[in-house]
Write a protein that binds this ligand. Structure first.
Ligand SMILES: [Zn+2]
Length: 324
């Protein structure tokens, strides 16, 4: 559904130098597609633009510029009148400085001062924030579900595995920005080599790429849905893969639960597009462990688990709300 264009002159006239216009822009940069949205004063999406992501630092700036132009024409807003711009990106990001250290999927290998460059390219004097994709998705879930007074963790099961933490509306990044990078906790010293240089990391078992390795499928098929279907049908190999995957995921959930104790643990990322089978697999693995542990049973972790909805705007909404 597209919203009617805003009356640009009316919005400009309404921009209060102290309270601002109430409009924000969020970009969810993916490896192949970029989604931009304009969020209105009451949190409604008033415009959206979906375009192909160009690679490299210059390509990324062109992509953001193009998406901003589309948003301006779809909404009637002048970009310079928005209160804040937020960008979610898959890669290693310094949120404090707005610098991308590297983003393999976007073919960015050297640091890029994205916040500053976006300000220059868009001629925008306001606040530009940059965050990694898992953190903006976690922020977006809090926004969409209205969980600002809660402790929420998103465990993103995508190419790798990482958690985003939002504590009473604020992203918890830690001292060096690595809070939640639990995918690189080794759980098997004899396991497969991980890109991080260690062996048997959690994400070598509980991630989309681990599933693709353990359950190879034909091109165009999704390893996760194929594996869950085959396991449900009783295929012994699929059941073994599901057990390995679920056990590593349950360990990730326990790590987050026992260190942060969130009200809600949301399973998200690419693998979560299978929906309920993912939650069931994790809940069953936790329940199995609980059979022998009164301690674990008392925590009722499986009752705090949900699967992220397939809503494609969550990360962009999270990005739009990063700023003050
Ligand atoms: Zn690792």
């Amino acid at each position: 559904m597209t919203s009617p264009p805003l009356d640009a002159a009316r919005v400009a006239a309404r921009v209060d130098p102290v309270t601002g216009s109430g409009y924000r822009i969020g970009f969810d940069i993916g490896g192949t597609k970029t989604l931009g949205i304009v969020l209105g004063p009451t949190g409604e999406i008033v415009a959206r633009a979906r375009i192909a992501t160009l690679s490299g630092a210059e390509g990324l700036l062109d992509t953001i510029h193009e998406a901003a132009r589309s948003l301006a024409s779809a909404s009637g807003l002048d970009v310079s009148n928005v209160d804040a711009i937020g960008i979610g990106i898959p890669g290693l990001v310094s949120a404090r400085s707005g610098v991308i250290e590297h983003a393999v999927n976007l073919r960015i290998a050297k640091p890029v001062a994205l916040a500053r460059l976006v300000r220059e390219r868009l001629g925008y004097a306001g606040d530009v924030r940059v965050e990694n994709d898992v953190n903006v998705a976690a922020r977006g879930i809090v926004e969409e579900l209205g969980l600002h007074d809660r402790v929420v963790s998103l465990i993103s099961v995508g190419t790798g595995l990482a958690a985003g933490l939002v504590v009473r509306g604020e992203l918890w990044r830690g001292a060096a920005g690595i809070a939640g990078e639990i995918g690189h906790v080794p759980i098997d010293p004899h396991g497969p080599m991980c890109g991080c240089g260690q062996r048997g990391c959690i994400e070598q078992y509980a991630s989309g790429s681990a599933l693709a390795r353990m359950w190879p499928v034909a091109a165009g098929q999704q390893p996760a849905s194929s594996m869950f279907d085959a396991a449900d049908a009783g295929n012994a190999t699929a059941v073994a893969v599901r057990t390995k995957f679920s056990s590593a995921l349950a360990t990730a959930i326990q790590m987050i639960a026992l260190s942060v104790d969130p009200d809600l643990i949301v399973l998200g990322g690419g693998v979560a597009s299978v929906g309920e089978p993912l939650r069931l697999a994790a809940a069953n693995a936790l329940r199995e462990r609980s059979r022998h542990s009164a301690f674990l049973r008392a925590l009722r972790l499986e009752e705090r688990l949900i699967v992220a909805s397939k809503g494609s705007t969550t990360a962009a909404v999270g990005a739009a709300t990063l700023g003050p």
